[in-house]
Design a protein around this ligand. Structure first.
Ligand SMILES: [Mg+2]
Length: 165
């Protein structure tokens, strides 16, 4: 088994409106923890906030986290959301596409920091997948640390060689 994302960026702020338009992206399904904020925190950095305000596409947050935390973050940003998403199962992504009103799931970009949940699930659903580096991997819970070791093995080293900086 070898999983590859469609593209790799260092951080969400590096993904431009022009890039997304060039890949026919009409909506975004976005991970929360370690993609737009440090795991366990409730605030984005100023640069991620700035990215949100200029990206110009509908966004749905998709998280395996609890309803209360995901709802609080989504409400503060005025975004749609799905909590307890059971990534990497594809059901949450299909629900997200429906919430965004996008009929063809190929027109959705999935952005996340974990190969074995965000990217694998997005690929199974048929989305365009973009892997970013975790904002702060030291803040990962132990379960995620174990998964990151496994994902390096599953994805081989190629994943880490094409990051756009
Ligand atoms: Mg994450």
């Amino acid at each position: 088994m070898k999983i590859r994302a469609d593209d790799y960026f260092l951080k969400v702020e590096d993904i431009t409106q022009d890039y997304l338009a060039a890949h026919n992206v009409r909506g975004i399904i976005l991970d929360i923890d370690n993609t737009i904020m440090i795991d366990g925190e409730t605030q984005m950095t100023a640069s991620v906030s700035a990215w949100f305000s200029c990206i110009g596409l509908p966004v749905c947050l998709l998280s395996n986290g609890k309803e209360c935390r995901v709802k609080m973050i989504a409400d503060a940003l005025g975004l749609r959301y799905i909590s307890r998403a059971k990534k990497p199962f594809k059901g949450g992504y299909i629900k997200g596409a429906a919430l965004l009103g996008i009929a063809d799931i190929k027109n959705i970009a999935v952005i996340g920091d974990q190969m074995l949940s965000d990217i694998w699930g997005g690929k199974r659903a048929g989305c365009y997948t973009i892997k970013v580096e975790p904002i702060d991997p030291t803040a990962d819970p132990i379960t995620v640390k174990v998964k990151r070791g496994l994902e390096k093995w599953v994805t081989k080293e190629s994943v880490y060689h094409n990051i756009k900086k």
